[in-house]
Design a binder for this molecule. Structure first.
Ligand SMILES: [Zn+2]
Length: 113
């Protein structure tokens, strides 16, 4: 489970941001998670709660915005939806698809109390 490591670095990042803004508490944490990022949102939320204990992010709500996977099919020369890493093109069924999006894990914004 790599969600714990993710949650820990997320809490550190939030801690830094909170210090920058001299904030005591963080109310909401908005995250962009790609469908291909291999992150289980429930596991991440659980780990986040544990990792945030005693930090500015303790008790903060995790707001996860999903972005779909997408890729560029070399055969069709167009952008196609991608349901899995290394998946086939839904148009031509070939595996010549380069992932172009959907693997991000990014902190969008913090709502500070
Ligand atoms: Zn194709």
């Amino acid at each position: 489970m790599h969600e714990m490591a993710l949650a820990e670095s997320l809490v550190e990042l939030i801690e830094e941001e909170a210090r920058k803004h001299a904030a005591q508490r963080v109310k909401t944490v908005r995250l962009a998670v790609g469908a291909l990022a291999a992150v289980e949102p429930k596991a991440l939320a659980f780990c986040f709660d544990a990792a945030a204990r005693g930090a500015a992010a303790e008790g903060a709500r995790l707001d996860i915005l999903y972005s779909p996977g997408k890729g560029w099919c070399l055969d069709c020369a167009e952008e196609v939806p991608l349901s899995e890493r290394g998946g086939a093109c839904p148009n031509c069924a070939n595996y010549h698809v380069q992932m172009t999006g959907g693997d991000e894990l990014r902190l969008i914004e913090l709502e500070i109390a």
